[in-house]
Design a binder for this molecule. Structure first.
Ligand code: HEC
Ligand code: HEC
Ligand code: HEC
Ligand code: HEC
Ligand code: HEC
Length: 217
């Protein structure tokens, strides 16, 4: 009798904690199971504009994909190769020029609010030179694609054999904000390895392992 009572008390306790935990459980995303995940980023950087319209190569900003396990996110310095000179979209510059002409004054210098965030992160002053009173803060980009810690993933063998970035990341060059297109599940990895071994990649034979230890520590 007392045994059953104890079970009952434990059960009620368990149910109670399950209810209080429920909202957190709902919000929890298992890494590798976040298909469609599309977080808002600290700066509205657009791949459609940079990689699509302007056709800047993926590896210009993600050179790590060729040379290391992680593709990496470019530092603000890479952005400054262009944004030292480009402070606002062309459309906004033209509009200011027109307005200035109408009002018979010189066009004002305009800085896009999104690019201002880049300059703030680099602690630049109004002259775009380093301002000693400010402290640089790295831009806190939110990672979109994640595999769990017990999975070993490396960009190199994929990029070296010619697997396109888009096979795993979708048409990034059309995205204003990056979203996870593929499921990144084990079935997804293994199916592609099997298929690649059958049909090859870019006309070449490949040997993509389906050995557990290749992907698991
Ligand atoms: C075979 C699939 C695959 C291919 C091909 C691939 N990626 Fe990835 N990528 C992933 C996975 C899986 C992750 C998440 C890895 C993790 O959590 O460690 C990732 C993560 C990333 C990240 C986040 C930062 C990082 O390094 O983890 C970037 C940026 C990225 N990839 C860019 C690229 C680019 C650019 C290319 C092409 C040159 C590319 N990827 C090719 C699967 C792929
Ligand atoms: C190869 C040159 C180049 C590089 C590198 C580059 N950009 Fe740009 N970016 C541009 C140009 C040019 C525009 C303006 C396009 C237009 O006229 O609409 C732009 C526009 C933008 C805008 C939109 C501004 C607005 O208000 O509409 C943002 C934000 C931006 N870039 C952020 C970045 C960040 C962050 C990086 C680094 C990760 C970066 N850019 C790297 C050339 C570049
Ligand atoms: C001008 C620099 C630039 C270029 C060119 C560029 N990227 Fe990126 N990429 C970034 C930045 C900055 C981020 C982080 C912010 C974001 O997610 O949009 C990023 C994020 C990503 C991510 C998400 C990584 C994650 O967190 O999981 C992927 C995937 C990616 N890029 C793939 C590509 C591919 C594929 C191309 C070429 C078609 C490309 N990028 C071209 C700068 C660039
Ligand atoms: C779009 C197809 C594709 C997807 C998706 C894919 N891979 Fe691969 N993978 C390949 C190819 C092709 C190779 C290269 C085989 C070779 O070098 O001959 C490879 C090689 C590897 C290697 C190197 C070991 C070896 O077989 O020589 C590892 C580790 C690996 N993949 C892990 C993963 C993981 C983990 C995932 C999922 C998160 C994944 N792959 C998703 C196609 C893919
Ligand atoms: C090509 C890469 C790859 C190979 C080969 C592979 N796995 Fe996985 N495995 C993954 C990835 C990625 C995940 C995480 C995503 C997921 O849970 O689907 C995973 C998850 C798992 C999990 C956790 C499942 C869960 O639901 O949380 C187990 C257990 C596992 N793998 C066992 C194995 C065993 C056993 C083998 C060999 C028969 C194997 N894996 C081969 C990529 C691989």
């Amino acid at each position: 009798m007392s045994g059953r009572l104890l079970t009952l008390v434990l059960l009620i306790g368990l149910l109670g904690s399950a209810f209080t935990l429920a909202p957190q459980i709902g919000a929890l995303h298992l890494p590798g199971n976040q298909q469609g995940y599309e977080p808002v980023q600290p700066i509205a950087f657009s791949h459609r504009l940079h990689a699509g319209e302007m056709q800047v190569a993926c590896l210009y900003c993600h050179s790590g994909a060729e040379s290391s396990r992680h593709a990496g996110i470019p530092s603000a310095g890479v952005c400054m190769n262009c944004h030292q000179f480009v402070n606002a979209p062309l459309g906004a510059l033209r509009a200011e020029e027109e307005l200035a002409k109408k009002e018979g004054r010189k066009p004002r210098r305009i800085i896009s609010p999104e690019l201002q965030k880049l300059y703030d992160a680099m602690a630049l002053g109004a002259d775009l030179k380093s301002d000693p009173r400010k402290t640089p803060t790295p831009i806190a980009w939110t990672k979109v694609h994640n595999v769990p810690d017990f999975v070993y993933f490396d960009h190199r063998p994929h990029v070296a054999t010619g697997v396109a970035c888009q096979s795993c990341h979708g048409p990034v060059e059309t995205m204003d904000r990056v979203a996870q297109v593929q499921p990144l599940t084990m079935g997804w990895c293994v199916n592609c390895h099997r298929q690649a071994n059958l049909v090859g990649v870019a006309g070449k034979k490949v040997n993509a392992s389906i050995d557990c230890s290749r992907c698991h520590y």
